[in-house]
Design a protein around this ligand. Structure first.
Ligand code: THU
Length: 129
């Protein structure tokens, strides 16, 4: 299994842990770090809906909290490989902005059931201070 496939498998596995009683939309993400490790995350929802957080941000923030530098990311929703429409498989805009902050410019984002995109493709001309 190559690195990309391993990252996708980790993201699919993480989706099983999603806490999503309100949407029932399971999402998993996995980040490849500079030390070769993979850190995963899932979406975690809340009864106060706005407090919910996406899988991609959980994975990226976990990597940062562990002192690691994220290099690439994979994301998968529960049945990403089969029935979902393309748009439901793509990372949301908020996560793209966070990716811009925490991943290298040319980082690869592997989207299960869609393919690989660069961060620049997903968020051209993103906000910067
Ligand atoms: N969600 C993610 O985890 N990542 C995305 O990029 C888009 C949406 C989650 C948030 C919420 O728990 C559920 O999917 C439905 O929006």
């Amino acid at each position: 299994m190559n690195n990309v496939e391993q990252l996708l498998v980790s993201a699919r596995h993480a989706a099983k842990a999603a806490h999503c009683p309100y949407s029932n939309f399971h999402v998993g993400a996995a980040v490849l770090c500079d030390d070769g490790s993979m850190i995963s995350g899932c979406n975690v929802e809340n009864a106060s809906y706005g407090l919910s957080i996406c899988a991609e941000r959980v994975a990226l923030f976990s990597a940062i909290a562990q002192g690691k530098r994220p290099l690439a990311l994979a994301v998968s929703c529960a049945d990403a490989q089969t029935s979902r429409e393309r748009g439901t498989k793509m990372p949301c805009g908020a996560c793209r902005q966070v990716m811009q902050e925490l991943l290298p410019n040319n980082a690869k984002i592997h989207i299960d059931g869609v393919g690989t995109r660069t961060l620049n493709q997903l968020l051209p001309e993103g906000f910067q201070l």
